[in-house]
Design a protein around this ligand. Structure first.
Ligand SMILES: NC(=O)c1ccc[n+]([C@@H]2O[C@H](COP(=O)([O-])OP(=O)(O)OC[C@H]3O[C@@H](n4cnc5c(N)ncnc54)[C@H](O)[C@@H]3O)[C@@H](O)[C@H]2O)c1
Length: 330
């Protein structure tokens, strides 16, 4: 049986994609890798052949050897963009070096196509709506690592004939999102805060614009990214075309969860308006914006309320304290 490998399979996109592929494309088996640093074993569908491995330090040979792996989705990363300047070395190890290991294995074992989830963070200070033709200009180490991965994958395509598709998703949310990490996933952070009777924290005035994207709306597009001939060697933005101010998203979620106070925090170094064009996603990947933010948030909140109490992720020590925001200081 042909196999699809998903790295980061215990995370939100990985586990939801695994569920989707097993349900809709049963001719393929799904193999998953994750080190469980940011995802949870409970997210895994039972038919995934799971390997608990770290992509930075562990060998991938046993997984690839004889695995009949045709498509690889490389989703594993630590996507805490705002924190990345304070965990610089970790960010490059975990997000860039790990990708180099995956690229090596894809070349060595003649994978048919590698799909990499990059990020809108590569656009950085560009002017929105970000278009795939814009020259990337990331403003933080997370975006730099993603851009470096993109370039590395393209080089592997040129030199070793590796086929690839790079998707740049943005602000994906939904069930299986990590809501226990205080450094990332604003909608998940607010749900955690409501569950603990805390106020929603909003950075600055919350006038930043983001286009929040419901996870289920992305899944068929990700399948197309691996299998559609037209997606070969393309870079494609992926996600909703409706932008929302962060403060408006907070107000919307207040109505869904039955109220919450809002606590404004100091501003931080970040791109104020980040949203993109979607023509390529629509034309090549068949992306459809199906789920309104209100509906997606309602589904996610129903899920969040059922979740076990988990300890919140906090870094014991940052690589750098200089310039750290008050709200992350110990
Ligand atoms: N969710 C979004 O809004 C969004 C937007 C743009 C890009 N992306 C990218 O999509 C991918 C998946 O995002 P997600 O939201 O599902 O994140 P997630 O944190 O839910 O999943 C990532 C998974 O990768 C695993 N992982 C991290 N480092 C690893 C390592 N060294 N070895 C093995 N496993 C490791 C984590 O344990 C986690 O389960 C990431 O690459 C992220 O950068 C996500």
């Amino acid at each position: 049986m042909k196999q699809i490998l998903i790295t980061g399979v215990a995370g939100m996109i990985g586990s939801k994609l695994a569920e989707y592929l097993l349900a809709h494309y049963p001719a393929y088996g799904v193999i998953g890798i994750d080190n469980l640093s940011g995802g949870y074993q409970e997210n895994l569908p039972k038919d995934v052949r799971f390997h608990q491995l770290d992509l930075v330090t562990d060998s991938l040979d046993d997984v690839f050897k004889g695995g009949n792996i045709v498509y690889v989705y490389h989703l594993a990363a630590y996507a805490a963009e705002g924190l990345s300047p304070f965990i610089r070395c970790f960010n490059y190890q975990n997000n860039l070096v790990a990708t180099a290991n995956v690229v090596n294995a894809c070349i060595k074992y003649s994978v048919k196509r590698l799909v990499f989830t990059s990020s809108m963070a590569v656009y950085g200070i560009g002017t929105p709506p970000f278009n795939e033709a814009h020259i990337p200009s990331p403003v933080d180490p997370y975006g730099v690592a993603k851009f470096a991965c993109e370039m590395d994958i393209q080089i592997a395509g040129e030199q070793h004939g590796l086929d690839w598709c790079i998707v740049r998703p943005h602000n994906v949310y939904g069930q299986h999102q990590n809501i226990w990490d205080k450094y990332r996933n604003v909608l998940g952070i607010w749900m955690y805060q409501k569950l603990h009777n805390e106020a929603f924290t909003v950075i600055g005035q919350g006038h930043q614009k983001r286009a929040f994207t419901y996870i289920e709306d992305c899944l068929e597009s990700l399948w197309q990214a691996a299998t559609n001939e037209k997606a070969s060697k393309e870079i494609i933005n992926l996600g909703s075309s409706t932008e929302t101010r962060v403060i408006d998203a907070a107000h919307l979620l207040q109505t869904i969860v039955g109220g919450a106070d809002i606590d404004h925090l100091e501003e931080r170094h970040e791109v104020i308006n980040a949203y993109s064009t979607h023509e390529k996603a629509i034309n090549i990947l068949g992306y459809k914006d199906k789920t309104a933010l209100k509906d997606g948030l309602t589904l996610m909140w129903d899920w969040a309320k059922q979740q076990p109490k988990r300890e919140r992720k906090e870094w014991d020590r940052y690589e750098l304290d200089k310039g750290l925001y008050g709200f992350w200081k110990k």
